[in-house]
Design a protein around this ligand. Sequence first.
Ligand code: GLN
Length: 498
Amino acid sequence: MTWTPFAPLRETLRALQRGEVSSEDVTRAYLERIDALEPQIHAFLSLYPEQAIAQARQADARRARARRHPDEPVPPLLGLPIAVKDVLAVEGMTLTCGSRILEGFVPPYTATSVRRLLDAGVVIVGKTNTDEFAMGSSTENSAYGPTHNPWDLTRVPGGSSGGSAAAVAARMVPAALGTDTGGSVRQPASFTGVSGLKPTYGRISRYGLVAYGSSLDVVGVLAPQVADLWPLFIHMAGFDPKDATSRDAPLPPEPNWEAEPDLRGLRIGLPKEYFVPGMQAEVADAVRAAVQHLANLGADVREISLPHTEYAVPVYYIIAPSEASANLARYDGIRYGPREPASRMWDVYYRTRGRRFGPEVKRRIMLGTYALSAGYYDAYYAQAQKVRTLIKQDFERAFETVDVIAAPVAPTTAFRLGEKVNDPLAMYLEDIFTLPANLAGVPGLAFPVGFDHQGLPIGMQLMGPALAEDLLFRVAHAYQQTTDWHTRIPPVAQGQPA
Ligand code: GLN
């Protein structure tokens, strides 16, 4: 078999392990695709082609050495190229968070999640585009220009991990890291027809992930196939003393990818609050059809209720901006990134923050500062925390009667660039189906289940109890073993170079 950059990640790993292809060839093949497609898609904020090729060569040399000395350990992901969302610190690579306030900033250290993947042998080709500080659902809030959806270049790829999603959908890399505070892995995965995992809160260290909403943030991963998310997920997961909210729990066992798809005994809940008037009918239909498919594989499907779902948007848009307003206080022109000079200290702050934060970030800082201010704290922030508990309890109750919950990822397919960017409320409402998993801290796995009449991908998500990622993988993999949505490649990305 000759290797091509359209090969799924686990096949690429096997080809590397068997010496059928070199890391240098694999890395160059993806870099060529990036060269060809990046002008139309703009998935990246920075690229490191020479560094990546040098790393790939080192990987090849290491593998050759191990062949001569069979007891030398070979890192499991040796020579595999990936991309990293530009909110994760990688020593020596710029870290902009899509913001002008960190323009040119190079962090002196590497995030634990990325560190673990580097130790496992990956090659990082570049940093992907994101809404500024991961605040947004379209990548239009990036200070460096939006990413375009490979399925329709006039449309958004979703956000905030839109650069990672578009890069994966266009097969510019076999997988990419994202982050999910309120849906930022799952929604762009859904908009671009790829799979995306938002792990349990605390499963993967946040150390070196630039803080947005610290009680919600989690590192995730995107790849065309669900099974291909696993190797990256499992090597990032696990306790890290550098993150106080990191969970010290055993890692889940790897599902048997070769097993016959069989979902007998599995109870799937379909929450009635996730099928609402106003959503695109084709999305609801595709998700119902996918759930029927899971039923045909033996699952028992029942309707459930998550009664506090309607409060997820207001609760999230109080808690996330509140945490953001505190987290973003550190960007003052003194400690990080460029400084707008002025003779008085306060003017340095005003000018740097005034000129270098974009409008959405300023909106969130103001919302959050207001919700936390004396006199309003109890009415907004404290109240939102109470309702967050109710949302969490909805899930706990649901998981007493079902094993997983199946739901749409977003109420619509990818919208047009510019369509919602001046209407923050419409943009926030896009997040209605993804926010609850973050508020509850439970894992969510998104994957493609069809296309709408305009040829745009439709995604579904499975949510499970905390730490039950392996169950989500098993169910979604059974779906992908018996369907082929995840193998579709956007027309712009189908040709050369392959
Ligand atoms: N769209 C949501 C927001 O704007 C979620 C973003 C995210 O998950 N980072 O906050």
